[in-house]
Design a protein around this ligand. Structure first.
Ligand SMILES: NC(=O)c1ccc[n+]([C@@H]2O[C@H](COP(=O)([O-])OP(=O)(O)OC[C@H]3O[C@@H](n4cnc5c(N)ncnc54)[C@H](OP(=O)(O)O)[C@@H]3O)[C@@H](O)[C@H]2O)c1
Length: 306
């Protein structure tokens, strides 16, 4: 891997179609902007159409040649996920990049999605699980396609409590709850990669994390937010591991990329380690089945035409 990989090393993306969830803010904004700048057609999948258009306008002001569109996607609503995916499958014949980036962190109270899931597990994991499942045939039909899911070092804070995924029985604790959702992101990525490999699909699943990046994510955590000016990176730099996983020719399916600096908080993209819990095959397989049951969306990995 080249030292100090930056966005100017993104290979030409002309002719490629990318979806970035949560593209109106933080690292999703910079991820979408850089992919658009490199020539990809980018769909900004945002829960607020207004914020999505404002974000597209900001990029177009700097890069008028960028090919961007905004589509509404609320990952806290399975109906919205289904409607979004159906529109994409209707309108497009290929999908090269799916960037599962959107997320929420540590709301102070236990909050529920439209479908009754705890907010962080529901948005960060289940919404993206259903979205990926519904777009998978399109991706498997596209040579060299990649699913990149944004996790976090906070995956180490949590475990997957299969008896209480939605914090109904225990007292809600926001840090382990965020950790559970980010651990689920990694288990899903690695299980997806295993299943893609098993059928010889031309799609890869990779994970990334942005270290500590100052964004709106910290709005529920005053303590972390106050330290942002000292420790955090800017969103352009936090987006680099995602962009590396999405576009670098030597990024590998099943790998996890993050910043190379002290404790993975800042720096430039490199391959990084996960907790042992993220490598638990049985938990990953079980989470897959449970996610299918909870969302009612089957995630079938098959090679088309083969
Ligand atoms: N910043 C960090 O230090 C850090 C560290 C580790 C991991 N991460 C991960 O990085 C990813 C991006 O976070 P960020 O730091 O860029 O935060 P951010 O600035 O708050 O961006 C999060 C994005 O997700 C969107 N989103 C939230 N709920 C959604 C929903 N129900 N449906 C669709 N979109 C939704 C937000 O939309 P609205 O603007 O409408 O709210 C926003 O566009 C997250 O997965 C986060 O867990 C961040």
């Amino acid at each position: 891997m080249a030292r100090k990989w930056k966005a100017d090393r993104i290979p030409d993306q002309a002719g490629r179609l990318a979806i970035v969830t949560g593209a109106n803010s933080g690292i999703g904004f910079d991820t979408a902007q850089e992919l658009g700048k490199a020539g990809a057609t980018v769909i900004l999948a945002c829960r607020s159409d207004e914020k999505g258009k404002e974000a597209a306008g900001r990029t177009l002001a700097k890069h008028p040649q960028a090919r961007l569109s905004v589509e509404t996607l609320d990952l806290a609503s399975l109906a919205s996920v289904r409607a979004f995916a159906a529109a994409i499958c209707r309108e497009h014949r290929r999908l090269d990049l799916l960037i599962n980036n959107a997320g929420v962190m540590m709301p102070p109270e236990r909050t529920l999605t439209e479908d009754g899931f705890e907010l962080q597990f529901g948005i960060n994991h289940l919404g993206h699980f259903a979205l990926t499942a519904l777009l998978l045939d399109l991706m498997v039909g596209t040579d060299g396609s990649r699913v990149v899911t944004v996790s976090s070092s906070a995956h180490r804070w949590g475990d997957i409590d299969f008896d209480d995924l939605n914090w109904e029985r225990r007292t809600y604790r926001r840090m382990p709850s965020y950790g559970q959702s980010k651990l689920a992101n990694l288990l899903f990525t690695f299980e997806l990669q295993r299943r893609l490999e098993q059928v010889g699909a031309p799609t890869a699943a990779l994970a990334a994390h942005p270290g500590w990046t100052g964004t709106n994510l910290q709005r529920h955590s005053g303590a972390i937010r106050r330290l942002n000016p000292v420790f955090s990176m800017k969103p352009w730099q936090g987006a680099l591991p995602t962009l590396y996983a999405a576009t670098a020719s030597d990024a590998e399916g099943g790998a996890y990329y993050g910043p190379d600096g002290l404790m993975g908080l800042r720096g430039y993209p490199t391959r990084v380690a996960t907790s042992d819990a993220a490598l638990d095959f049985e938990a990953a397989e079980r989470l897959w089945r449970v996610s299918e049951e909870l969302t009612g969306v089957r995630c079938t990995v098959r090679r088309l035409g083969g």
